[in-house]
Design a protein around this ligand. Structure first.
Ligand code: ATP
Length: 691
């Protein structure tokens, strides 16, 4: 394929050969392109999009002569030589046995969805990368990678650029301040959940989802059950699959690859996505877990943290300490630096010492300047790490820890869920995370950081306790199972799902909503009666009553808020009705459609606006109400009204008695603005009484 890419700010045209080598535009590239095309034509593969995919790359040169018989070789899976070399540089020479077993399904290699489960640090990313490469190189499709946090997105972008870049593939990160546009030249988009949802809506509007995207990779898929963001992840997959089933391109299909932690009902995910399930329990570096209860220690170190760190410091091993709060992190780093100052320096190579001094200089140059705590701790190879640090500071400290310049980080739980920074020993100092109790999911994430692949022969996790009750709870945590996955797409979240699917034209009638849409929900698979039909083409028969009731309520709400219109007069005919899937294109639906419920559903302009805003319907309606009020009279006497209008909608609950104190101090003109936007004395009184 010919590609255009930016190199040092200059546009450069390159040819990527069949074998994945990148050649600059010129005589050699043209000769290679002609030879490749001739060869592919002889194999019956034309350059027309409909016939251009290489279904069995193992039969095509140069892969045919490279792939051999050994499934642990990257070449066996048709990874181009150039990419293989990059993996080798990163320490990946051969696949692990479980990785090869997981890939070894012919159905998955030809595009069936896959859910796989493996312990932390098992090397889950590599499996998804091999499958992505097949879609990108041999089918000419694009890949969407969805990750839960910005920090992991950054890490994955640089890792994928390192490996995929070698064969001319371009990787784009869509998170934080990115404009969220997937530029045409980029083959892979790496996004957070929120950006992925907005991006998908845009792709669906352009009708380019199925034409372009061949694979969606979802990391940490068990987050689907998470209350605040999980529903958005479910909605992304619902929209993608509804679209895949509607498109004429569905023959090519959309492959969903989900990486999940061990949850008791992981089979549910596979059933829902009609995916193959692979489960591996092996950890490349064995993990031991223990509880350390408080012993009589020094007044400065009542928990006995210092000896646990000292043991590793003396052996030159790295330690991660998880603390409940930011304050604890800073205090722990200070305490350890003071207590271990001399010991931490013994045996430290001059080179490391010089690197620590350089790190201090770099921190000094960072926009926030050098924090006095870090100034004290870094020379001993210690630092704290929490959300109070700036992005630059965090990057500097993470890089230093990775290189071994720092040997101990005192961090909050966000580090466990974010970047990949393993340690020989993980110490969890409390059974609390902030004010909340430490649950099994977070505990596993933290413990999973123990043991660095290739560097350690084992990993250790020590859970510190302060009382007999704590010790009992800690032992329970060691053996605790994660909670079974349960859909969080309920009430107002279900309202959003109905609105988005209707506005995007993925659901076009009440029958469609109660049939195909209902069957695309994870809840349908949680609640469906045994033996019920699983095909998408059925109507509401078999859909559990409670689910139908909730969907009808969501629709009633949307109608009442004038976000969706139900056009009773317009019955959906065969030409404009929902496509019926699971049956050949154009074949009549197997379930006889009830004409009565086959009435058209469409979003109103306000409904479309709500979807475009990417806000929750309730938030968007409240913004709309504010804007309508502002249209009747915008108060420019002071800045308050404008500030109110541009403040992002957020569901925060203020301290109402403090709020009243501020309200009482407002100038009369500002108070008039407050009254005009609905913050009246009556309203405030009600809030104080209610809370
Ligand atoms: N076959 C392999 N040979 C050597 N190293 C490997 C192999 N596969 C993966 N790795 C390395 O193992 C480390 C962990 O891999 P990865 O981040 O994919 O793990 P993971 O299973 O996604 O873990 P987590 O759940 O913690 O994110 C990485 O440094 C990766 O380069």
């Amino acid at each position: 394929m010919w590609r255009s890419r930016m190199v040092d700010g200059e546009q450069e045209v390159v040819y990527v050969t069949l074998g994945g080598d990148v050649l600059k535009k010129g005589g050699r590239a043209f000769r290679a392109a002609t030879a490749d095309q001739k060869y592919l034509k002889a194999q019956g593969i034309s350059s027309r999009p409909a016939n251009s995919s290489i279904e069995v790359p193992e039969e095509i040169e140069p892969y045919a002569s490279r792939c051999g018989e050994d499934a642990l070789e990257l070449a066996y899976w048709c990874v181009p030589e150039s990419v293989e070399a990059c993996y080798r540089d990163a320490g990946i020479r051969r696949l692990r046995q479980w990785q090869a077993d997981c890939l070894s399904s012919p159905e998955v290699l030809s595009g069936k969805s896959l859910i796989y489960v493996a312990p932390t640090s098992a090397g889950k990313s590599l499996v998804s990368e091999v499958l992505m490469l097949r879609q990108l190189l041999f089918r000419g499709r694009r890949a969407l990678v969805i990750l839960p946090y910005v920090s992991i997105c950054e890490e994955r972008v640089s890792q994928l650029r390192g490996s995929f870049g070698a064969c001319g593939l371009r990787v784009e990160g869509l998170y934080s301040s990115s404009d969220g546009k997937w530029h045409t030249g980029a083959d892979v988009a790496v996004c957070t959940i929120e950006k992925a949802s907005a991006l998908l809506n845009r792709l669906l509007e352009d009708d380019s989802l199925l034409r372009d995207v061949g694979v969606v990779v979802v990391d940490e898929m068990h987050l689907l059950g998470e209350e605040h963001r999980g529903y958005l992840l479910e909605l992304i997959l619902i929209k993608a699959r509804l679209s895949a089933n509607m498109s004429a391109a569905s023959a090519q299909g959309l492959q969903i690859i989900g990486l999940s932690a061990t949850i008791p009902n992981v089979q549910l995910l596979a059933d829902w996505l009609d995916a193959k399930l692979y489960v591996c329990h092996e950890r490349p570096v064995p993990l031991t877990m223990s509880v350390a209860s408080k012993k009589a220690q020094t007044p400065r170190d009542p928990d006995g943290l210092v000896p646990l760190v000292e043991e590793c410091a003396r052996a030159g091993q790295s330690v991660l300490i998880f603390c409940a709060t930011k304050d604890w992190c800073e205090k722990a780093a200070t305490l350890l630096a003071e207590e271990l100052w001399e010991k931490c320096r013994e045996g430290v190579m001059d080179e490391v010492r010089a690197s620590r001094i350089r790190l201090l200089e770099e921190l000094k140059q960072a926009p926030a300047g050098l924090c006095p705590i870090l100034a004290n701790t870094v020379p001993s190879g210690l630092a704290y790490h929490h959300a109070g640090l700036t992005v630059e500071e965090r990057h500097l400290l993470e890089a230093a820890y990775r290189k071994g310049v720092l040997c101990c980080l005192c961090a909050t739980s966000t580090l466990a869920a974010g970047v990949n920074l393993p340690a020989r020993r993980v110490i969890i100092r409390s059974l609390k995370v902030g004010a909340e109790a430490l649950d099994a999911t977070r505990f596993r994430q933290m413990a999973g950081r123990a043991g660095r692949v290739g560097l350690d022969t084992k990993g250790e996790c020590i859970l510190m306790t302060r009382s007999a009750k704590d010790t009992e709870e800690a032992h329970a945590l060691l053996s605790a199972q994660l909670q079974p996955l349960k859909s969080s797409l309920t009430s107002q979240r279900l309202v959003r799902a109905v609105l988005e699917t209707v506005a995007l034209g993925l659901v076009r009638s009440v029958e469609d909503l109660e049939g195909r849409f209902a069957r695309s929900l994870l809840r349908f698979f949680e609640e469906k009666p045994a033996g019920s039909e699983e095909t998408w083409c059925c109507g509401p028969e078999d859909v559990p009553e409670s689910l139908l009731k909730d969907i009808r309520e969501a629709l009633a709400y949307l109608k009442a808020q004038k976000l969706v219109r139900v056009d009773e007069a317009k019955e959906m005919g065969d030409s404009d009705g929902p496509l019926h899937f699971g049956s050949p294109q154009g074949a009549s639906p197997s379930a006889s459609p009830s004409k009565k419920s086959n009435v058209a559903l469409m979003a109103t302009p306000l409904g479309d606006g709500v979807v475009h805003s990417a806000l929750r319907p309730t938030e968007a309606l409240s913004v709309f109400e504010d804007l309508q009020r502002a249209r009747q009279g915008l108060c420019l006497d002071s800045d308050l009204h404008l500030i109110f209008l541009v403040t992002p909608a957020a569901s925060i609950e203020p301290d109402w008695s403090r709020y009243i104190t501020y309200y009482e101090k407002l100038q009369p003109r500002d108070r008039a603005v407050a009254n005009a936007v609905g913050v009246s004395p009556d309203f405030l009184l009600k809030q104080v009484t209610a809370h």
